[in-house]
Design a protein. Sequence first.
Length: 124
Amino acid sequence: MTNTLDPRIAGLLRTDDRGLLPVVVQSVESGEVLMLAWMDAEALARTLRSGRATYWSRSRSEYWVKGATSGNTQQVRQVLLDCDGDTILLRVEQTGPACHTGAPTCFGTDLTIESRATGSSGPR
C-alpha cells in the first residue's frame, strides 16, 4: 500500500532514517502509559482512517493492528504530535491487556535504585 497520509500531516513528521516514529501509547481513562510502538506514515494514515491503532513491526517488517489476533484492541481517541515532530502520543481505550505478556502495561519492571540497607533512595 502506498503512503496515503495527508501531505499537511506528513510535512510535520520528523522520522528516523527508516521512516519511523516512536509512539507512546497511553490509556485515555487512567493516563497510564501502556506501551511503546513504531509507526511510519502509512501506519499513521491507517490509524487516522480506521480509529484502530496500527503499527509497523520492526522485527516482522509488516503492519499490525493492535488486537487483530489477541482481541486486546486499542480504540484511538486522540493522536498528538510532540513539539519536535518526532514522537507521537496515542491516547486509546484499551480492551484487555496492552502487553503481549498479558500484563496491563508493558512498563511493569521497576528499575528504581534503592538502598534497602540504609533506607535511602538513589540519586535525586
